[in-house]
Design a binder for this molecule. Structure first.
Ligand SMILES: O=c1ccn([C@@H]2O[C@H](COP(=O)(O)O)[C@@H](O)[C@H]2O)c(=O)[nH]1
Length: 302
């Protein structure tokens, strides 16, 4: 699957994914009011509003980008109706030819991880009938439980041609609390990186592995170390834009061939219409313009 992502990045010349992280405060009033009129102040209204919002963002950007990354938490907040909006958004993005990275940060004991892997990137068997759950192309994985918590995801990557991104060095301010702790003189994030490379060797897809790494844009010195230690690992890089990561900060995430990373921006794209020059009706056009700016900004440093 990573080879497909790389192919689409080359086609679009855009190593980016648009984060579909809707919040009620992102939804234009005219959409929210229409849904509330129809369904009342309910989770159904929010789910419908989220899908309409995402659909417009996808319609206005799909020809420019290789991928989207819906953040499942934003949908889970609204229970079943939120999850329906998640699934509909995943399906719609795929219909438009986009690859979908489900940001769910799953991971548990082996048997439970297998269920998560099947739910997000795999297939399940119902009395001989094969069915898919969310059917995303990639899912983010929390490695805290170790190899038996990650291996089921790798098995599913291999059987279904899918991919995962393992949390290695996250973008948030407190990420160092655990991730930077030294163990025998080596920071934990480097140990996780080493393990991720070992896991990656079990699922190579061309020059890169289907087992990628989440590496935050906000720690460029650490990204440089990781890039050197993980030459065959593709990075999913959050933290650009709203969290302060700049194009210069992203540079170390890429290999010399200009590949090796896909950069996420969520609020920076989907809430771009909040700038003064746009009206609320133009939220899709604002997202398109923000994507174009992001592509130029990143290509400038590659
Ligand atoms: O280290 C991490 C891992 C995941 N994320 C997720 O990426 C987006 C970032 O959103 P922005 O609005 O572009 O800041 C969000 O879904 C996070 O949960 C991350 O930020 N850092």
């Amino acid at each position: 699957m990573i080879a497909k992502l790389i192919e689409k990045i080359k086609q679009t010349n855009a190593p980016i994914c648009v984060g579909l992280d809707p919040l009620i405060s992102h939804i234009p009033d005219y959409i929210l009011e229409e849904k509330i009129k129809k369904y009342g102040k309910s989770t159904k209204a929010i789910g419908e509003a989220f899908f309409e919002f995402n659909k417009e963002i996808i319609d206005k950007t799909y020809d420019l980008i290789p991928s989207v990354k819906p953040q499942i938490a934003m949908y889970e907040e609204f229970g079943i109706e939120g999850m329906i909006a998640y699934q509909k958004s995943v399906e719609y993005a795929k219909e438009k030819g986009l690859l979908v990275i489900g940001d769910a940060k799953r991971g548990d004991i082996g048997s439970t991880s297998l269920a998560y892997a099947k739910a997000h990137i795999g297939v399940s068997d119902i009395l001989g009938e094969k069915i898919v759950g969310f059917n995303t192309d990639f899912v983010t994985v929390n490695p805290y439980l170790g190899t038996d918590g990650v291996k089921p995801f790798i098995d599913v990557c291999n059987s279904e041609d899918k991919g995962i991104f393992v949390l290695v060095k996250t973008s948030n301010p407190s990420s160092g609390e655990f991730q930077d702790q030294l163990i025998d003189g080596i920071p934990l994030y480097e140990l996780v990186a080493k393990k991720t490379c070992e896991w990656g060797a079990m699922s190579m897809d061309g020059n890169y592995s289907n087992v990628g790494a989440v590496v935050g844009a906000t720690y460029p010195k650490m990204s440089a170390i990781l890039r050197e230690k993980m030459p065959n690992t593709f990075f999913l890089v959050p933290g650009y834009g709203a969290q302060g990561g700049t194009a210069e900060d992203l540079k170390p995430c890429f290999n010399k061939d200009g590949l090796g990373a896909v950069v996420n921006s969520s609020r920076g794209i989907i809430a771009a219409y909040k700038q003064e020059k746009y009206s609320v009706m133009e939220f899709g056009d604002a997202a398109r313009a923000a994507v174009k700016d992001m592509i130029v900004d990143i290509n400038r440093v590659l």
